[in-house]
Design a protein around this ligand. Structure first.
Ligand SMILES: *[C@@H]1O[C@H](CO)[C@@H](O)[C@H](O)[C@H]1NC(C)=O
Ligand SMILES: *[C@@H]1O[C@H](CO)[C@@H](O)[C@H](O)[C@H]1NC(C)=O
Ligand SMILES: *[C@@H]1O[C@H](CO)[C@@H](O)[C@H](O)[C@H]1NC(C)=O
Ligand SMILES: *[C@@H]1O[C@H](CO)[C@@H](O)[C@H](O)[C@H]1NC(C)=O
Ligand SMILES: *[C@@H]1O[C@H](CO)[C@@H](O)[C@H](O)[C@H]1NC(C)=O
Ligand SMILES: *[C@@H]1O[C@H](CO)[C@@H](O)[C@H](O)[C@H]1NC(C)=O
Length: 929
C-alpha cells in the first residue's frame, strides 16, 4: 500500500439528505463533489447527473463485479476548492488520487471510514490541517521523508514518530510557517537537523529523539521563542549548548540526554524560568552546574554521567524538585549535601539518584519522612552505618539500591513495610545477620540482590512467597542450611544464584531448579544433587507411617473379614520401600507427572512448527556441532530446527532424566521429545552419540522406538515415537482411562512386556526404571516399554548415580538397590516386571496408601495365595470374567519374579516360556471344555 499526502477541508456542509434518494450513491457523491469545485479547464464536463452510473466518466473507474466506483484519479486537472463530503459516498473507493491540483482546506478525517480505501495521493495541493491517522498504514512507515512534505503549507502538526524512516531530514521545513509540533522521534534519521528549522516560528514542540542525528544545534533555532519542549535525546549531537538557549524563554522541557554534547553548561540556562524538566545526562559536559535558583518550576533535574567537577551548588536541594539524578558526576566528596539535610527539608522527593560518586555519610534514621520516595539509588559510594528501620515507612519505594557501599549491620525486618518494593539491591556491603523472613511481605519484588555480604543463617522459606521474583542473587555470603523446597514455586525465576555460601543438603527438584546452571550453586561443598554432580547421602527418610496397632490386629484371623486385608510391612518390603525412598526426590511426583503426561497427550493439540535454520542463526557460535539433529529413520524434512518446540504448552511432564514434550512434525507425524535435564552429567558428545545411536538401533514391537536425537553442547533431546493411547498406568488407574482392560488384553500386555524386556536384556541393556507409567500402549493394544537405557548416557554408573537419577516409583525397585555390596544385574528388571504383573492382574498400585496404613501389593497377593483365596485378588472390575487357570499361574509367576533374592528370579526368556505354557495349557483346557 502506498500513501501519499493530503490535507483538509473547511468544508461547506452539503445538503446530501435533501437530494433524491433514487440516485445511485456513487453518482450522487461525485455530483456533490463536483458541485464544490472550480473546474477552469472543464475537465469534469462528462460528469452528468442524469447518468445511471458514473463508470464511464473521466477519471472514474468501477469495479466491474459490483459496478461501483473503485478509483478516482483526477491528477493535474487544475481543480480548486475543497475535498468535500461527496467523496464519502463512494463506499467502494479503493484509489483516490487528486495530486497536482489546487485543493485547499483540510482533509476530512472521515475519509478514514472509507473501508476500501487503499491508495490516497493528495500531494501537490494546497491543503492544510492535520493528517488523519488512518493515512498512515498500521504497518510502520519506512523509507525517506520526501522533501515535498514541506509543501504542505498549512501543516500544523507532523507526527511521524516510531517509524522506520531513514536518510536525512530534507531542508525546506521553514515553508511550514504554520507548524506547531513536529515529532520525528524513534526513526532512523541521519545527518543534521534542518538548518532552517528556526523558520517555523510558531513551533512549540520539537521531538527528534532516538534517531542517529549528529552535528550541532542549528543557530536558526534561537528564533524558536515559542518553543516549550525540545527533545533531542538519544542521538549523536555534538558541540556545546549555545548561549542563546537562554533566549528560549518558554522552554519547559529540555532533554539533550544521551548525546555527545560537551563543554560547559551555559549560565543562560539559569534564566529559563519556566523550565520544568532538564535532562542533560549521558553527555560529556564539564565544569560546574550554573546557578539555577530562578528556575523555580524545575521538578526534574538529571545531569548524571557527565564529567562535572567543582562544587555541587546549594540550590539543587532548595528548589523542591521531585526528581534529582546526580549519578556519576565526579564532583568532590566534600561538596555533597548530607542526606540529613535532604530529609530535613525535602519531603516531596520522588527520585534521588546519587549513585557512582564519592558520597559519604549515613542514611538518616528519619528517612521515612520522604514519604513520596519511589527510587533511592545511593549505590557505589561510601555510605556507612546501618540500614535504618525507617526504610519500611517508604510505602511508595519501588527501587532501593544501596549496593557497593560500606553498610554494616543487618537488613532490618521492618523492610516488610516497603510494600511497593520491586528492586532491592544491597550487594557488596558488609551486611551481617539473617535475611529477614518478613521480606515476604514485599510481594512485588522482582529482583533481590544481596550477594557479597556477610549474611548468615538459612534462606527463609518465606521468599518462596515472592512469586514475582525474576532475579535472585545471594551468592558470596555465609548462608547455611538447606535450600527450601518451596523455592520451586517461584515460577518466574530467570536466575537464582546462591553460589559460594555454606549451603548443604539436596538441591530442590522441580521448576526452575531442574535447569539451574551449575555455576549458580557452585562453591557450596555440602550441597548435593545431580546439578552439582554430587550424590546425596543415602538417607532413609520415613516414607511410610507404620501403625503398630494395625500390625497387631492383622496377625490373627480378625482380618479375614476385610475385603482388602491391611498387610503388615514385611522386612523385605521395608527394604524395598527403603530402597525406593532412598532415591528420595520426586518419587511420587514423577508418577503423578507421568499420569499427567499421558493423559494430556490425548488432548495436546497445538502443533509445533519446526521452523527453519533461522532459529540457530542468532547464535554466534561457529561450533560445527551446534544444533546437530539426527533422525534414524532419515526423515530429512524434519532436520531443520528444533528449538521452538521446547515451550511450556507442549510439555507433557517431567521426570528424573528430563522434560517430555509432545511435538507434531511438518508431515503431521507426532513425536515425544525428551529434553534431558542431566546435561551436566552427560558424557562427551562422542560417547553420547554412540550410546544414543545404539539405543536407536533397538527396534522391537514391544519397545518404544528412539527415532532420533538432537545435540548441542547445552541441549540434548531424544526423539521418541509417540503413543497417543497413553500409558499402562493410565489404563489401569486413571478413572478417566477409557474402558476396562479385559483379561485377554491383560495377559497380552504381560506377555508383550516380557518380550520387550527379554529383547532389551539380549541387547545387554538393563532398564532400571520399570514402572507402569513407563509402559505405553500401542495402537493395537500392544505394550511398549519405554524410557530404557538412559543410564548409559551417564558416566560412572554406580548405586549413587542410580539412586539420585532413577526416580523409580515406589514399589518397583528391587531390594538390591539398597544394598551397596550387591551387583545390580538385569534381574532388577525382572523384579520390577513381577510387580508389574501383579499390578496388571489386580488393577492395584504396588503401594497403596490407605487412611492410616499402607498396603503393599506383593504382600497382599502373597498372603492371599497362602490363604488359598488368590482368585479374590484379580481386579474386581473384570466382574469375574477371567480364566482362573491363567490368572493364578500368572500371579504366581509375578510373585516368583519379585523374589527378594535376585538369583531366585527367572530370566526374561524363561518368563516368556512360562507365559506361553500357561496360555497353551489354558487353551487346551478351553478346547476340552
Ligand atoms: C492554483 O491557483 C493559483 C491561483 O489561485 C494559480 O496561480 C495556480 O496556477 C494554480 N495551480 C495549479 C496547479 O493549477
Ligand atoms: C494556497 O492557498 C492560499 C489561500 O488559502 C493562497 O493564498 C495561496 O496562493 C495558495 N497557494 C498556491 C500555490 O496555490
Ligand atoms: C534522562 O535521560 C536518560 C537518557 O535519555 C533517561 O534514562 C533518564 O531516565 C532521564 N531522566 C529523567 C529524570 O527523566
Ligand atoms: C534571578 O532573578 C533575580 C530577580 O529577577 C535576578 O536579579 C537574578 O540575577 C537572577 N539570577 C540568575 C542567576 O539568573
Ligand atoms: C565477613 O566477615 C569476616 C569476619 O567476620 C571479615 O573478615 C570479612 O571481610 C567479611 N567479608 C565481607 C565481604 O564483609
Ligand atoms: C506464604 O504465605 C502463606 C499465607 O500468608 C503462608 O501460609 C505460608 O506459610 C507462606 N509460605 C512460606 C513458605 O512462608
Amino acid at each position: 500500500m502506498q500513501f501519499n499526502l493530503f490535507l483538509f477541508l473547511l468544508f461547506a456542509p452539503v445538503l446530501i439528505h435533501s437530494l433524491d434518494p433514487v440516485f445511485n450513491d456513487d453518482v450522487l457523491g461525485l455530483i456533490v463533489f463536483k458541485a464544490g469545485l472550480q473546474d477552469p479547464k472543464a475537465k469534469l464536463l462528462t460528469w452528468n447527473e442524469d447518468d445511471d452510473n458514473p463508470c464511464n466518466w473521466i477519471g472514474v473507474k468501477c469495479d466491474p463485479t459490483i459496478n461501483r466506483v473503485s478509483s478516482l484519479v483526477l491528477d493535474g486537472f487544475s481543480l480548486s476548492g475543497h475535498i468535500d463530503q461527496g467523496i464519502l459516498r463512494l463506499q467502494f473507493l479503493q484509489t483516490l488520487s487528486l495530486s497536482k491540483n489546487n485543493f485547499t482546506g483540510t482533509i476530512n478525517p472521515d475519509l478514514c471510514h472509507l473501508g476500501s480505501l487503499q491508495v490516497i495521493d493528495l500531494s501537490a495541493n494546497n491543503l492544510s490541517g492535520a493528517i488523519p491517522e488512518c493515512f498512515f498504514p498500521s504497518m510502520w512507515l519506512s523509507g525517506r521523508l520526501p522533501s515535498g512534505i514541506w509543501f504542505l503549507r498549512g501543516l500544523q502538526s507532523l507526527d511521524l514518530s516510531d517509524n522506520l524512516l531513514d536518510g536525512e531530514i530534507p531542508e525546506g521545513i521553514e515553508n511550514l510557517y504554520d507548524l506547531r509540533e513536529i515529532s520525528l522521534n524513534k526513526n532512523r534519521f541521519i545527518g543534521r537537523l534542518p538548518m532552517d528549522i528556526g523558520g517555523c516560528l510558531l513551533l512549540k514542540s520539537l521531538d527528534f529523539s532516538d534517531n542517529f542525528l549528529s552535528g550541532s544545534l542549528p543557530e536558526s533555532m534561537k528564533k524558536l521563542a515559542s518553543c516549550t519542549s525540545l527533545s533531542l535525546q538519544g542521538n549523536a549531537f555534538t558541540g556545546v549548548i549555545p548561549d542563546w538557549i537562554g533566549v528560549l524563554k518558554n522552554l519547559e522541557i529540555l532533554d539533550l540526554s544521551a548525546n555527545r554534547f560537551s563543554g560547559w553548561i551555559p549560565k543562560s540556562i539559569g534564566s529559563l524560568q519556566l523550565l520544568n524538566k532538564l535532562n542533560l545526562s549521558m553527555n560529556q559536559f564539564t565544569g560546574s552546574l550554573p546557578e539555577m535558583i530562578n528556575c523555580t518550576k524545575l521538578l526534574a533535574l538529571d545531569v548524571s554521567h557527565n564529567q562535572l567537577a567543582g562544587n555541587l551548588p546549594s540550590w539543587i536541594f532548595r528548589l523542591g524538585m521531585q526528581s534529582v539524578s546526580l549519578s556519576g558526576i565526579n564532583v568532590s566528596r566534600s561538596n555533597y549535601p548530607s542526606l540529613t539535610s535532604i530529609t530535613a527539608s525535602y519531603h516531596g522527593l520522588q527520585l534521588l539518584d546519587l549513585s557512582s560518586n564519592t558520597f559519604s555519610g549515613e542514611i538518616p534514621s528519619n528517612i521515612g519522612v520522604l514519604h513520596s520516595l519511589q527510587l533511592l539509588n545511593l549505590s557505589t559510594n561510601s555510605v556507612f552505618g546501618s540500614i535504618p528501620a525507617g526504610i519500611g515507612e517508604l510505602k511508595s519505594l519501588y527501587v532501593l539500591d544501596l549496593s557497593v557501599n560500606e553498610l554494616e549491620g543487618s537488613i532490618p525486618s521492618e523492610i516488610e513495610g516497603a510494600v511497593s518494593l520491586n528492586v532491592l539491591r544491597l550487594q557488596m556491603n558488609f551486611l551481617t545477620g539473617k535475611i529477614p523472613s518478613e521480606i515476604e511481605k514485599c510481594s512485588a519484588l522482582t529482583s533481590l540482590i544481596l550477594s557479597q555480604n556477610n549474611l548468615t543463617g538459612s534462606i527463609p522459606a518465606s521468599i518462596a512467597n515472592l512469586t514475582n521474583l525474576h532475579y535472585v542473587d545471594l551468592s558470596l555470603n555465609e548462608l547455611s542450611g538447606s535450600l527450601p523446597k518451596e523455592l520451586t514455586n517461584l515460577s518466574h525465576l530467570v536466575s537464582f544464584n546462591v553460589s559460594y555460601n555454606r549451603l548443604q543438603g539436596e538441591l530442590p527438584v522441580g521448576g526452575f531448579f531442574n535447569t539451574i546452571s551449575p555455576s549458580s550453586v557452585s562453591g557450596n561443598p555440602s550441597l548435593c544433587g545431580s546439578i552439582v554432580n554430587r550424590a546425596c547421602p543415602a538417607v532413609h527418610p520415613k516414607p511410610l507411617v507404620l501403625n503398630p496397632n494395625s500390625s497387631d490386629s492383622t496377625g490373627g484371623s480378625s482380618s479375614a473379614n476385610h475385603r482388602h486385608k491391611k498387610i503388615i510391612l514385611s522386612i523385605s518390603a521395608l527394604i524395598a520401600i527403603g530402597a525406593a525412598a532412598f532415591i528420595a526426590l520426586g518419587v511420587v511426583a514423577v508418577t503423578v507427572l507421568n499420569i499427567h503426561a499421558r493423559s494430556s497427550m490425548s488432548h495436546s493439540a497445538a502443533p509445533i512448527i519446526f521452523s527453519g535454520g533461522e532459529d540457530f542463526s542468532c547464535s554466534p557460535t561457529n561450533d560445527p556441532n551446534y544444533g546437530k539433529l539426527v533422525m534414524f529413520s532419515g526423515d530429512a524434512d524434519f532436520a531443520a530446527g528444533a528449538h521452538n518446540l521446547l515451550n511450556k504448552d507442549s510439555e507433557l511432564g517431567r521426570g528424573g532424566f528430563g522434560v517430555v514434550y509432545h511435538a507434531v512434525l511438518r508431515d503431521g507425524h507426532s513425536v515425544a521429545i525428551k529434553k534431558l535435564t542431566i546435561s551436566s552429567l552427560i558424557k562427551s558428545q562422542e560417547d553420547f552419540e554412540r550410546e544414543v545411536k545404539n539405543l536407536g538401533k533397538i527396534r522391537h514391537q514391544n519397545l518404544v522406538a528412539l527415532e532420533g536425537y538432537y545435540w548441542t553442547p547445552s541441549l540434548h533431546l531424544l526423539i521418541y515415537e509417540y503413543e497417543s493411547r497413553g500409558s499402562l498406568f493410565k489404563l489401569l488407574h486413571d478413572e478417566h482411562g477409557r474402558g476396562i482392560l479385559s483379561w485377554r488384553q491383560r495377559f497380552n500386555i504381560v506377555l508383550g512386556m516380557a518380550k520387550g524386556l527379554a529383547y532389551l536384556h539380549q541387547m545387554n541393556i538393563i532398564h532400571y526404571n520399570l514402572k507402569s507409567s513407563n509402559v505405553l500402549i500401542g495402537s493395537s493394544g500392544e505394550p511398549k516399554v519405554g524410557d530404557f537405557g538412559l543410564v548409559r548416557l551417564l558416566p560412572n554408573l554406580d548405586h549413587c548415580v542410580l539412586s539420585s537419577k532413577i526416580q523409580s516409583a515406589l514399589g518397583y525397585m528391587a531390594p538390591e538397590f539398597a544394598c551397596r555390596t550387591v551387583k545390580i544385574t538385569e534381574k532388577c528388571d525382572v523384579y520390577g516386571f513381577g510387580i508389574l504383573v501383579l499390578e496388571v492382574v489386580t488393577g492395584k498400585r504396588p503401594v497403596e496408601y490407605m487412611e492410616d496404613d499402607v498396603v503393599i501389593l506383593y504382600d497382599m497377593v502373597r498372603g492371599a495365595l497362602e490363604e488359598g483365596r488368590v482368585e479374590q485378588c484379580v481386579d474386581d472390575r473384570l466382574l469375574g470374567n477371567f480364566l482362573a487357570e491363567e490368572a493364578i499361574p500368572v500371579i504366581k509367576l509375578g510373585l516368583i519374579c519379585a523374589s527378594q533374592v535376585p538369583s531366585n528370579r527367572p530370566d526374561m526368556n524363561e518368563v516368556i516360556n512360562i507365559l506361553e505354557l500357561i496360555q497353551c495349557h489354558s487353551e487346551g483346557q478351553e478346547e476340552l471344555e
